[in-house]
Design a protein around this ligand. Structure first.
Ligand SMILES: *Cc1c(COP(=O)(O)O)cnc(C)c1O
Length: 408
């Protein structure tokens, strides 16, 4: 008899985006004349940078000639891309990361989802609340949790983000082994200072723990005092794995390219208490279960590091950041406290009422779609996330409508 992985049955159905879609559809059907502006989704809206498209096209042409055709690429990604990542994303910022510590993949989602399989089953996992749901759900699938109760899984240590701590969770009050952190944060837009990140790195070192650092929104950092990588913190190469993505950086959500850094110094413990390097495990995992990102996509990603590419990526992210500024200003002007929107494309608004109630109010009275914070965890209740990923004219129109609705 074929049996299923019953841990999947513990997963709470992902109500959030389907529920939003359902409510938006119902409203649109009842009011077909109303134009709805979507500031809910965490997906980019602007085209790929020109430098990426040119490199993409040229690489596609190479695939069309026997002389330049490429079959399976290297398991860990082409060196032409890994070399530029090591140089420009790490070494230039004083982070000691080498080319062969970088693993090119099809997404930070898959990497942050898959990484847990190189750790033991009985580790204690600490996950922020509110959170990008992938970290929790993949640990549920792997059987590291009990059943859900009141929206939380037994066995997980929840790291609470609140208004009081500025959505930078405090260190756990009990020993944990694996810690997920994401900065700039989705959904809250919060950023972490060097000092606060150092506390986490020190905690991991002292407690033989490991940090998964999701830096998918690194390209939106503007304040130069903030760390772009966890490896800018001394000692982090021994206790942290970092994932980044070209998705939000350069509009690759539909193109697919990301990478994960597993430093050779990074270790975990075997059952006898011996320290073992994680690099060979992740190498083995990638070569066994993954066959690489397509050659043209890696060439397109490489172009992000060219002179023109850097300018174009900056212009692309600047345009979203200008939207974020408009949103933050408008919401502050209406008297709402906000987090984010300064070094991140998300604005996390204290709506002073139930998340879904405020979502409904903005949808039905202003025709603007946002994301109810309660969908990202218990601590998200009372907040909504507004995304800066849209055209400027839509953002302006949306904010004008919200001002009209709530401005009195
Ligand atoms: C968008 C996003 C990613 C990127 O995922 P890809 O699979 O690379 O597109 C990763 N982490 C967070 C928190 C995100 O919001």
């Amino acid at each position: 008899m074929i049996k299923l992985n019953e841990h999947y049955l513990k997963l709470s159905a992902n109500y959030l985006f389907s529920e939003i879609a359902k409510r938006v559809r119902a409203f649109q059907e009842a009011h077909p004349e109303k134009e709805i502006i979507r500031l809910g989704i965490g997906d980019v809206t602007r085209a790929l940078p020109k430098a990426c498209i040119e490199a993409f096209h040229a690489a596609v042409d190479e695939m069309g000639e026997d002389a330049t055709f490429k079959g399976y690429g290297p398991d860990y990604g082409y060196d032409f891309l890994r070399e530029k990542i090591a140089r420009d994303d790490y070494q230039s910022r004083g982070a000691d990361i080498a080319l062969d510590e970088i693993f090119i993949s099809d997404g930070a989602k898959s990497d942050t989802a898959n990484i847990q399989e190189i750790f033991a089953h009985d580790i204690k996992v600490a996950i922020p609340d509110p959170v990008y749901p992938v970290y929790i759900d993949t640990n549920v699938m792997a059987g590291r949790t009990g059943d859900p109760e009141d929206g939380r899984y037994q066995g997980i240590v929840y790291l609470e983000g609140t208004k009081a701590n500025g959505f930078i969770p405090d260190l756990p009050g009990e020993p944990v082994d694996l810690i997920y952190l994401c900065f700039p944060n989705n959904p809250t837009g919060a950023v972490i200072t060097r000092e606060a990140l150092k506390r986490w790195v020190d905690y991991a070192r002292e407690n033989k723990a490991l940090i998964i650092y999701d830096a998918a929104y690194e390209a939106f950092l503007r304040d130069e005092s903030l760390p772009h990588s966890i490896y800018e913190i001394e000692g982090a190469t021994e206790v942290a794995i970092e994932s980044r993505s070209f998705s939000k950086t350069a509009g690759f959500t539909g193109t697919r390219c990301a990478y994960t850094v597993v430093p050779k110094a990074c270790t975990a413990f075997d059952s006898k208490g011996g320290r073992q390097s994680l690099h060979p495990l992740w190498s083995r995992r990638m070569s066994t279960k993954f066959n690489g990102v397509s050659y043209p996509v890696q060439r397109a990603a490489e172009a992000v590091y060219s002179r023109e590419g850097k300018l174009q990526v900056r212009a692309l992210t600047d345009a979203y950041m200008a939207n974020a500024g408009l949103i933050r200003q408008a919401m502050n002007g209406l008297g709402f406290d906000c987090v984010g929107g300064i070094n991140s494309p998300y604005i996390w608004v204290d709506c002073r009422m139930d998340s879904w109630e405020f979502f409904e109010l903005l949808l039905t009275r202003a025709g603007v779609v946002t994301t109810p914070g309660a969908g990202f965890g218990r601590c998200g209740q009372g907040f909504i996330r507004i995304s800066a990923f849209n055209k400027r004219e839509n953002v302006e129109k949306a904010m004008a409508r919200i001002q009209q609705t709530l401005g009195g």
